[in-house]
Write a protein that binds this ligand. Structure first.
Ligand SMILES: [Zn+2]
Length: 260
């Protein structure tokens, strides 16, 4: 495990490589075995990848240095026994996932944050590319706020990088349109967030939009009473209730417009 940690840290987390491989596998997989019929919405790809391109440009300039800087500003030192090892790594991933769950609730419930996060929810269908449809403002603020648990818990930088790698793979997976055998997905959903759980979060019914916030581990929604009782169906309408998707430039400007 230590060898894996140092290898990933040395390779800049290996995040782009692992993320790239998982992206290709899911992108091809959901086209070979789709769970829901794919509508002909060509602009989706431009919107999702266009928003991603902005994050990609900003990431090495702002987001990555910010995370690296914050992870080095620890206010206390962990005892030797809590700095490495598989159990500590898993505990750190669980804690960061719990933080992400509450952040996601905040992105929905605080009106100023919802202005940014709704750009993600305008998507009228879901697939692996939806995992990259986030406003750069949301990505940057999330990276900044994540420094709070990192600093308070003195989470090692290598653990943050491994969390980010697991997180992006989980986000691609739960947005994907990959068909999974029902029994397998049901078993998997007892521990991890599967597409059947997360697609309900994108159901174009406001009650469901404000539910199922978890990203990696599925226990948070039942634990904090935010799990929707709605079951995913292939014909389920995706998007935001009574709202249509917008052109790319409008998506970028949405949080700053008077009528968002
Ligand atoms: Zn959301």
């Amino acid at each position: 495990m230590e060898a894996l940690q140092s290898l990933m840290a040395a390779a800049g987390g290996g995040k782009p490589v692992i993320g790239g491989v998982v992206f290709v596998l899911l992108f091809v997989g959901e086209r070979l075995a789709a769970a829901a019929p794919r509508p002909q919405i060509r602009h989706r790809l431009i919107h999702n990848l266009g928003l991603w391109a902005i994050v990609l440009i900003l990431s090495p300039l702002i987001i990555a240095p910010l995370t690296a800087y914050g992870a080095n500003q620890l206010i206390w030192e962990r005892p030797e026994a809590l700095r490495a090892g598989a159990l500590v790594l898993v505990a750190d991933i669980i804690l960061l996932d719990l933080w992400t769950y509450w952040m996601h609730r905040a992105w929905h419930r605080a009106p100023i944050m919802w202005r940014f996060h709704k750009v993600h929810h305008f998507d009228e269908f879901l697939d692996t590319t939806s995992a990259f449809r986030f406003h750069a403002g949301e990505v940057m603020v999330s990276a900044l706020l994540r420094l709070i648990p990192i600093t308070l818990l003195a989470i090692p930088f290598a653990h943050v990088i491994i969390f980010e790698t697991v997180f992006i793979c989980a986000v691609m997976f739960h947005h994907s349109n990959l068909h999974l055998p029902a029994a397998f997905e049901r078993a998997l959903s007892r521990v991890f967030v599967t597409p059947s759980i997360h697609w309900v979060h994108h159901h174009a019914i406001m009650r469901d939009t404000h539910s199922n916030y978890a990203a990696i581990f599925s226990l948070w929604d039942p634990l904090f009473a935010s799990r929707s009782a709605t079951a995913r169906t292939p014909a389920m309408k995706i998007g935001l209730e009574s709202v249509e998707d917008k052109p790319l430039l409008r998506l970028i400007l949405t949080p700053f417009m008077r009528k968002a």
